[in-house]
Ligand binder design. Structure first.
Ligand SMILES: [Zn+2]
Length: 153
């Protein structure tokens, strides 16, 4: 995001929170160069993709649901909202570039796991254990081992 005052390329986000109606994000930014501060409102990109749920019903893709799932997994972890919001944007873009009208909820879950794996491994395991509904210890260990192997690559 360019600085509104001096046009510098680099600004850092000091604070960000969803607006009351939940359709955009309010970001407080500070320019790295001139140190001036300004506020931006970024609308969630329009995304009309329908999500096919496990029971076969459909609902409109909802980025704030993705975010709240990730926030929950990152409870008491050193992960900032900025990082999670960026991850949600990446997931949104990924889904949009698929160019499909409907997507199984399973695929969104996989996208979230891909992101969490990079962000925080404890959060990843938490999310995976709920999402994949580990029914026994073996499948749980399997996931942990897979994580370990991925790290060694
Ligand atoms: Zn500036």
């Amino acid at each position: 995001m360019k600085c509104h005052f001096c046009g510098a390329e680099d600004t850092k986000v000091i604070d960000s929170r969803p607006t009351e109606d939940g359709t955009s994000i309010r970001r407080r930014r500070e320019c790295i160069e001139c140190k001036k501060r300004f506020t931006t409102y970024e609308k969630y990109e329009e995304n009309n993709t329908m999500v096919i749920k496990k029971d076969g019903t459909r609902e409109l893709f909802n980025p704030s649901k993705v975010l709240s799932g990730m926030v929950k997994s990152c409870e008491k972890r050193p992960v900032s909202m900025d990082i999670l919001e960026d991850a949600v944007s990446r997931i949104e873009r990924k889904i949009m570039t698929m160019g499909v009208r409907e997507i199984p909820s399973r695929m969104i879950g996989e996208c979230i796991m891909d992101e969490l794996k990079q962000i925080d491994q404890v959060a990843y395991v938490r999310f995976a254990s709920v999402y994949r509904e580990f029914t026994d210890l073996d499948s749980f260990y399997e996931a942990i081992n897979k994580l370990k192997n991925d790290n060694q690559k």
